[in-house]
Write a protein that binds this ligand. Structure first.
Ligand code: MLT
Ligand code: MN
Ligand code: ZN
Length: 298
């Protein structure tokens, strides 16, 4: 399978429209530092058949930016678009509204995510005059996987963190998952986990069984959101394990054999500056910083 990293930023992107922090200002001065909202495209054995993992505000620009994802050849339109969701957060889902020109939108998500999008965001009602939404369950990894574009997909339950617009919804269930992507024709597996609130045994096992893993890189260290003045909460309190520090994910990922890439960078993260010394720290551990527009073959 081929993985295309369409975007690698957390909610707001880099730069964020209302922010002049060093990361956002740096991206205005150096356009190569810009990052769009995190998402990947997955291409299976038939490269004309693909799906997205998450659909954020940049989704139509993502599809336009990659020749493999454009319609054609000929004058036809892309009739069906398939999207797998890791959670119901706005930065991963409001792109569904931008996909309304498709005839059908096939959505694979866990029960609480489907319920939030259908009942809280009323996506069926709003999009009914434009397109047809078809909702599919995204099974847990101990169930039979769904097959999308020739890839077996399933969900590793990560946390029950609800989006702020659904804060009063029941706190049980698979609100946030890692997408497990298995290519049966090559025997390869990828894991996509842009929001990791805690390192569970199940997640550790899923990483150990993968060839390539994308992990939550929202914040460099636990104090970053408070130090940068964007929140009164720590990174962990916000549902994002930091990269660095005693509870950081870097130490655990460094011992794994999978290729590990961080994604979902907040604009306050020092890694959005390519000259930051933190890049050397990660490189020394054999860990990578994902960039928009990477092509990974597994
Ligand atoms: C998150 O990753 O924690 C959310 O996307 C934050 C948000 O934008 O509401
Ligand atoms: Mn997010
Ligand atoms: Zn900023």
């Amino acid at each position: 399978m081929l993985l295309l990293t369409l975007g690698t930023a957390a909610g707001g992107g880099v730069p964020q429209w209302n922010c002049a922090c060093p990361g956002c200002s740096g991206a205005r001065t150096h356009p190569s530092r810009r990052r769009s909202h995190d998402s990947i495209a997955v291409l299976g054995p038939d490269p004309s058949s693909w799906f997205l993992v998450n659909a954020g505000p940049d989704v139509a620009d993502h599809l336009e930016a990659h020749t493999r994802l454009r319609p054609g050849p000929g004058e036809g339109r892309t009739p069906v678009v398939r999207v797998l969701l890791t959670d119901a957060e706005l930065d991963h889902t409001i792109g569904l509204l931008r996909l309304r020109e498709a005839r059908h939108v096939e959505i694979h998500a866990t029960a609480p995510v489907r319920q939030a999008l259908r009942e809280r965001l009323a996506l069926d009602t709003v999009l009914a005059p434009y397109t047809t939404l078809t909702w599919h369950d995204l099974p847990a990894t101990d169930q039979s996987p769904s097959v999308v574009a020739g890839i077996e997909v399933s969900a590793v339950h990560l946390s029950s963190k609800r989006p702020r617009y659904a804060a009063d919804a029941p706190a049980q269930g698979a609100w946030v998952v890692a997408a497990r992507l298995h290519d049966p024709s090559h025997g390869t597996t990828a894991l996509y986990a842009p929001a990791l609130a805690e390192w569970s045994e199940g997640f550790g096992k899923a990483v150990a069984g993968s060839d390539c893993v994308f992990v939550d890189g929202t914040f460099w260290d636990d104090e970053e959101p408070r130090r940068m003045g964007i929140s009164t909460r720590t990174s962990t309190d916000m549902g994002h394990l930091p990269i660095h520090g005693s509870e950081g994910t870097a130490g655990r990922l460094a011992s794994m054999s999978a290729r590990c890439l961080y994604t979902h960078f907040n604009n306050t993260n020092p890694l959005v500056d390519p000259s930051a010394p933190e890049h050397g720290t990660l490189a020394g551990l054999g860990l990578e910083v994902a960039q928009d527009g990477m092509v990974i073959e597994l």
